[in-house]
Design a protein around this ligand. Structure first.
Ligand code: 5GP
Length: 202
């Protein structure tokens, strides 16, 4: 009996700390892979095609939309991003645990189209703290920060339909909470029965 892979979807407003949490989660659960999305956004310095994203032209992206190759796709900050259906199907078939860092619109599409994912929303402790964190990231201009804050207040309304919510006030607490979700999912009976069958010959 093959173990069914865990597909965990994580969304958060920009500045909630999602990237660091996902990074630490992958260190704690090395078997978990990050899903590589397709995007029309140009690569940032240091990003590797096929590792960070599959970087494609708007025409290539559109062709994939028409072929129905995406399990979900969305426009985020003016660029297109999508998760290939094949990435999810392969992971599930091979029992691979997959982490998807995708926005709320994409996550909602996925929830409607793809069964069995676990949806986690990460929130900042307050809007004031979100603003403070975004202002401390020297990379963003004032205009970009204001746009991100506006978008965050819209995104936070989407938290209600996720399976789990984490408030990232103290990083270590948030990390433990996120890890405990993965652990609990790994111990779902349907994921454990293959191992149990082997151990006890049942
Ligand atoms: P960045 O360009 O900074 O890597 O990502 C910007 C946003 O795009 C992030 O909030 C991330 O969650 C979202 N994103 C990345 N990949 C996908 C994807 O495949 N689908 C959707 N819907 N959003 C994505």
């Amino acid at each position: 009996m093959k173990r069914e892979g865990l597909i965990m979807i994580i969304s958060a407003p920009s500045g909630a700390g999602k990237t660091t949490l996902c990074h630490e989660l992958r260190k704690r659960f090395p078997a978990m892979r990050e899903s590589v999305s397709y995007t029309t956004r140009p690569p940032r310095s240091g990003e590797v095609d096929g590792e960070d994203y599959c970087f494609v032209s708007p025409e290539q992206f559109q062709a994939m939309v028409e072929e129905d190759a995406f399990a979900e796709w969305a426009e985020v900050h003016g660029n297109l991003y999508g998760t290939a259906l094949k990435t999810l199907e392969d992971a599930r078939k091979n029992g691979v645990d997959l982490l998807l860092d995708i926005d709320c619109q994409g996550a909602l599409t996925l929830k409607e189209r793809f069964e069995g994912g676990v949806y986690v929303f990460i929130l900042p402790p307050s809007m004031e703290e979100l603003r403070r964190r975004l202002e401390h990231r020297s990379s963003d201009s004032r205009e970009v920060i204001e746009r991100r804050i506006k978008r965050a207040s819209d995104e936070i309304k989407e938290a209600r339909w996720y399976d789990y919510i984490i408030i990232n006030d103290r990083f270590q607490d948030a990390f433990e909470e996120l890890s405990s979700i993965v652990l609990a999912q790994n111990h779902r009976t349907f994921r454990m029965m293959g191992q149990v069958a082997k151990l006890f010959d049942i």
